[in-house]
Design a protein around this ligand. Structure first.
Ligand code: 6PG
Length: 229
């Protein structure tokens, strides 16, 4: 497990922002593909990242997953990423469509077509940022949900029964194409799941780390507190 432990959430945010910026600067292609994590953990990193100098005009930013809510909804990952990062830099931000008359599966299929148009057939995303839930989910690949079994599509609508909702999420086949994944994990509440992942338990986050060789875990000391020393 390629792990970097930071003293606290603030140090993680700064350290992660610097490492993300370095990857984006060094990316070899004309365009740079950056997958963004949702949830609350990346917020501090996005705030730091927007202040770092890099050629944002090269960057195609997209969402590793999105809740099925209007774009301006407080639960929207896109709203969070735009407010904290993408409204402040001149990257191209590709968001999944949402409309009251649109089916999640239609939006996911359209978003997949967008993602396929952004990536050469044999070149995956330069960097995908992901978080983890206390149950080991990542993006909206929750344990026991159908999206985990999809072997063909890159982006799907995933029913999440215990949340009584549908989420849009990238899939393992798409994540497997990533050149690099950074997991951003902070807080004592993630210590147990980090311990389970380090022990190799078959959780969605563990699966991603297995299929993307260049995966780095950027975590703070509280989240690392139950890892073997
Ligand atoms: C989401 C995220 C999800 C998130 C984890 C951790 O849409 O919620 O994509 O995978 O990364 O649930 O969330 P926190 O960072 O809020 O703990």
């Amino acid at each position: 497990m390629n792990l970097e432990v930071f003293a606290d959430a603030e140090a993680l945010a700064m350290g992660a922002a610097e490492q993300i910026a370095a990857v984006l600067r060094e990316a070899p292609g004309e365009r740079v593909s950056l997958g963004l994590a949702g949830g609350s953990t990346p917020a501090a990193t996005y705030r730091q990242l927007r202040a770092l100098p890099l050629s944002w005009e090269r960057v195609d930013a997209w969402l590793a997953d999105e809740r099925w809510v209007p774009h301006n909804h407080s639960d929207s990952n896109g709203q969070m990423a735009a407010g904290l990062l993408l409204d402040h830099v001149n990257a191209r931000f590709h968001r999944p469509r949402w409309a009251p008359w649109l089916e999640p599966a239609e939006s996911a299929a359209h978003y997949e077509a967008t993602l396929r148009s952004l990536h050469q057939p044999d070149v995956g995303p330069d960097l995908v940022l992901l978080g983890i839930g206390t149950d080991g989910h990542t993006a909206s690949l929750f344990p026991g949900t159908l999206a985990l079994a999809d072997e063909r599509r890159w982006y799907v609508a995933n029913d999440v029964p215990h949340l009584k909702t549908t989420r849009l999420t990238c899939t393992l086949p798409f994540l497997q194409r990533a050149q690099r994944v950074f997991f951003l994990v902070a807080g004592t509440d993630k210590a147990d799941v980090m311990s389970r992942i380090a022990a190799g338990e078959d959780l969605p986050a563990t699966l991603v780390a297995k299929i993307v060789p260049d995966t780095i875990w950027l975590i703070d000391r509280p989240a690392a507190s139950k890892l073997p020393t």
